[in-house]
Design a protein around this ligand. Structure first.
Ligand code: HEM
Length: 509
């Protein structure tokens, strides 16, 4: 008898609270929530498509309840400006799920930290130290090494007689490149030997990342039903184990670098050395140093793989654009050498292609959710303190009221109008805008442009035999980051002489 009574009291409390909110606040309209589950029953797996459909029904700003948690989604450039500029500071907190709270040591890092003195300090460190132009320049050899190494491995595979004319699964190469690049930039080590074999420590790291993704994507009702969290003991234990493994891995790497620095007296450009040498000056706890290192891995790995996979899919579907980029590369770089990042300023059409890819396929289409630290008004509606606010940057960049033929992949639009994608033009926000804008934006733009340039200079790409471009699956996979639902397969045909497919190794940067 006691249990049903308990449930009944919870239900009554919940309904009373919702009614109180409804009368106290003028909340944005939205689909009708059910008690306890809110709108979870009605949400379609590819969240960004579902939210874009709902914005057609309820308007450019709407409410959605994830369980009992209020989330507000904005879907127009004007409202994005209200969120990310006019009310930037009040909407700069983060909502931490159980898993994230555990892994980020309750926001001791950057990504999951609330806005406040800790955030300001760590963000300053990122801007002035980790992502300064000088450091990005110093890290350039690592990027060029990993991009050319990827090209070499595609060439080796597609040149095998048994693979002639066969398609490759591009994600395998892009994913490996992104893994090697970001872990090298962060942990200061290449976890693959010269024979292309991942070493023991690299396997350990891959296992930690794999486990993190598995725990992160596991749908847990406990997340949305906080009253029942005590039922989820096993999950809490798994999270604690994962956390301990990642911590011990990071500690070992930090010790190795500290020893090497003491021995040689040299500080390298990568992030572990940078953070350890700046730890005292910025008064960073060990948890913050560890948290920052893992932030870079989680924010900088899938995002680049996803962007380049979508970009290559668009280029396979649009041979006209592919050919135009190749003509530009042949004119500027020629066919006697490989492209380098120094060529990018002289490749304006390639830069437009990169922008068009970020417009059509931002890898984090709802950005990362922001949280209100106080009551604010957006679009004339109330956003109560504690609510989550998401900006649908996918919808902004496909809004027919703002973009001509938005569903057409046409890089020329950026030759006709110079539109910024680093947070000043609210029509195009793949990296967000305002205080929480992606600090890795410039690094990501260099990397994506360089990857695309190399792939198109070295190879011509066509659909697998028998597949028409219009038959390619251009739908997204569910998730916070939106991979292609079907991994892209394409046939590479080399277009430069064989000696130009060699990895340009960087040495110890
Ligand atoms: C294709 C590449 C990338 C895209 C599209 C992208 C996009 C984004 C977006 C939308 C946010 C959230 C902004 C907000 O909450 O308002 C973000 C945050 C962040 N990104 Fe990126 N990102 C990319 C690559 C990278 C790389 C390569 C790194 C670092 C190596 C990085 C590091 C971060 C960090 C640390 C944050 C958290 C910033 C904060 O909370 O203050 N990102 N990124």
């Amino acid at each position: 008898m006691a249990f049903p009574l308990l449930i009944l009291s919870f239900l009554t409390l919940f309904i009373a609270y919702k009614l109180f909110q409804r009368f106290r606040f003028k909340l944005p309209p939205g689909p009708r929530p059910l008690p306890i589950v809110g709108n979870l029953y009605d949400i379609k797996p590819v969240l960004v498509r579902c939210f874009t459909e709902w914005s057609q029904v309820y308007g450019p700003i709407f409410s959605v309840y994830l369980g009992s948690h209020l989330s507000v989604v904005v879907n127009s450039a004007e409202l994005a400006k209200e969120v990310l500029k006019d009310n930037d500071q009040q909407l700069a907190n983060r909502n931490r799920t159980r898993q994230i709270a555990k892994f980020s040591k309750n926001g001791s890092d950057l990504i999951w930290s609330d806005y406040g003195p800790h955030y300001v300090k760590v963000r300053k460190l990122c801007t002035l130290e980790l992502f300064s132009m000088k450091r990005l320049e110093g890290l350039r050899p690592i990027r060029e090494d990993e991009v050319t190494s990827m090209v070499e491995s595609i060439f080796k595979d597609c040149s095998k007689p048994e693979n002639e004319g066969k398609a490759v699964v591009l994600r395998e190469y892009l994913g490996m490149m992104a893994f090697l690049h970001i872990t090298r930039l962060t942990f200061g080590k290449r976890f693959m030997d010269s024979n292309g074999v991942i070493d023991g420590q690299g396997e350990e790291l891959k296992a930690i990342l794999h486990n993190g993704i598995k725990l992160g994507t596991k749908k847990s009702w406990a997340e949305f039903l906080p009253w029942f969290r005590f039922f989820f003991k096993t999950e809490n234990q798994l999270l604690a184990e994962h956390d301990a493994l990642a911590d011990s891995f990071t500690k070992k790497i930090m010790q190795e670098h500290t020893l090497a620095r003491h021995k040689t007296g040299n500080t390298k450009n990568h992030f572990v050395d940078a953070l350890l040498t700046l730890q005292k000056e910025y008064d960073l706890s060990d948890d913050t140093v560890t948290g920052l290192l893992w932030d870079m891995i989680s924010a900088g790995m899938d995002t680049t793989t996803i962007t380049v996979e979508w970009a290559m899919a668009e280029l396979v579907r649009n041979p006209r654009v592919q050919q135009k980029v190749q003509e530009e590369l042949d004119r500027v770089v020629g066919s006697d050498r490989v492209m380098t990042e120094a060529d990018i300023p002289n490749l304006p059409y390639l830069q437009c292609v990169t922008k068009e890819c970020f417009r059509m396929h931002p890898p984090t289409p709802l950005m990362l959710p922001h949280k209100a630290s106080t009551n604010v008004k957006i679009g004339g509606y109330d956003i109560p303190k504690g609510a989550t606010v998401s900006v649908n940057v996918w919808a902004l960049a496909r809004d027919p009221a703002v973009w001509k033929n938005p569903l057409e992949f046409r890089p020329e639009r950026f030759q006709e109008e110079d539109i910024d994608m680093k947070g000043t033009d609210y029509r195009l926000l793949p990296f967000g805008s305002g205080r929480r804008i992606c600090p890795g934006a410039q690094l990501a733009i260099y990397l994506v442009t360089s990857m695309l340039g190399h792939m198109l200079h070295h190879f011509t790409w066509t659909p697998p035999a028998g597949m028409k471009p219009e038959e390619m699956d251009m739908m997204e996979q569910p998730g916070t980051v939106t991979y292609m639902r079907t991994p892209l397969q394409a046939v590479p045909t080399p277009r430069l002489s064989a000696d130009l497919f060699k990895r340009v190794a960087a040495g110890n940067v």
